[in-house]
Design a protein around this ligand. Structure first.
Ligand code: F3S
Length: 394
């Protein structure tokens, strides 16, 4: 792999051991995947934040690093709401460790905003063909597919390395040829809302890590595409998908329809809702996987208006989004639901104490049973709120 004289000096350790380690990781990945060079990236999003997932070994590794990131960099969700962790029932020992992890990242100049939706935040709005190094799988899918930016599905250490060096190795989804669809998904019915998360949950299992192009009967909204991509990345390992006539590269590049076709029928979508319907009554309802957009917060606020919920309900979103819309937070919380920031139902240990959960996310449906050992069922946002046990205040 070609390195500039500056990059060679970094690799030789002239700028310190942390930068040397960072560029070693990038060069090793580049060599494995046949990259020709390092390329600049516009921003980084770093996974490996929840103490639940990285533990003491991860905390030690981050604490040992020195230097400052060279590009805008942000964190994945942590294991708790940084401000209201006690209301979530988080153990103070866990909370202390979680704070230490966040402080260790802050020392490196990383913005301590913990979200899987960086594209909603100031300074992280990327555009078509921008190169970035993001690691949370739904953020990667949204950036690649809905925005048309270019990122591999980075691991925590490789995204952090890219943040410190300001570059990544030029391979995978940074290259035109890797972004071509190889399998067609033909959907035979109109879909709306959480149907798209169910579609991703069904298709991800078959597609694996390949690039699909969807032929849909109707055009999904950006929020629906967010849900589709998150589920595709969780039940499979899809980092990029296209939708004919909708996503930016499908519109610009006019791809040839791949020979392999996966047909999807309405019954397969319905089966996602039907599975686990034997969970008569969930103990907790969580929405906001990926973190809610403003439009989703507005929809939830409208649905819970004038109601009192009888069960615990979390509405997960980015702190910056919640702070920009205190009115929406207030309307939602008036019902008894909690607007939970910085974390989510999958990466927080607070979920583990419940026996059953209802979600409106194909990604949460795929991960909660394995990562939290909690039985999960799938429902639309309207049915999630019904499940929360609604009483009219009037
Ligand atoms: Fe985000 Fe957590 Fe879902 S990180 S995509 S809300 S599993």
């Amino acid at each position: 792999m070609y390195l500039t004289p500056e990059e060679e000096k970094t690799l030789d350790g002239e700028y310190g051991r942390s930068l040397q380690k960072a560029i070693e990781i990038l060069v090793a990945l580049g060599d494995i995947y046949g990259a020709d060079k390092l390329i600049p990236v516009k921003s980084a999003q770093i996974a490996g934040v929840s103490y639940k997932t990285i533990g003491d070994a991860g905390l030690e590794w981050i604490s040992d690093l020195e230097g400052k990131v060279k590009i805008p960099s942000i964190l994945n969700p942590a294991g708790m709401d940084i401000v209201r962790w006690d209301e979530m029932g988080i153990d103070p020992v866990f909370a202390k460790k979680q704070q230490e992890i966040i402080e260790a990242y802050a020392k490196l100049g990383i913005q301590t905003k913990c979200t899987c939706t960086p594209y909603y935040l100031e300074g992280f709005n990327v555009t078509l063909d921008d190169h970035i190094a993001w690691s949370e799988s739904s953020a990667v899918s949204y950036a690649n597919s809905v925005i048309g930016a270019r990122t591999n599905r980075e691991g925590g250490p490789s995204a952090l390395s890219a943040a410190l060096v300001g570059k990544t190795a030029n391979y995978g989804y940074h290259l035109d040829e890797m972004r071509e669809p190889v399998v067609a998904v033909e959907v035979d019915c109109e879909l709306s809302g959480s149907d798209f998360g169910a579609l991703g949950y069904v298709v991800g299992k078959t597609v694996g890590s390949r690039v699909p192009i969807f032929y849909t009967k109707n055009e999904p909204s950006k929020n629906e595409m967010k849900a589709l991509g998150a589920a595709l990345a969780a039940s499979g390992a899809v980092a990029l998908y296209h939708i004919e006539g909708v996503t930016p590269e499908a519109v610009r590049n006019k791809f040839t329809r791949p020979d392999e076709v996966i047909p999807v029928e309405r019954t397969q979508i319905d089966e996602v809702y039907e599975a686990n319907k034997d969970i008569q009554s969930s103990e907790i309802i969580t929405v906001g996987c990926p973190h809610c957009s403003v439009e989703e917060l507005e929809e939830i606020a409208g649905l819970v208006e004038g109601k009192k919920l009888q069960k615990e309900m979390w509405v997960c979103t980015a702190r910056e989004v919640a702070e920009r819309h205190p009115d929406l937070v207030q309307r939602i919380e008036k019902s008894g639901a909690k607007v939970v920031c910085d974390t989510c139902m999958v990466v927080s240990p607070a979920t583990n104490k419940y026996a059953s959960i209802t979600v409106n996310s194909g990604k949460a449906l795929a991960y909660v049973p394995s990562m939290c050992k909690v039985a999960a069922k799938y429902a639309s946002i309207e049915d999630c709120i019904k499940e929360a046990g609604v009483v009219d205040e009037n």
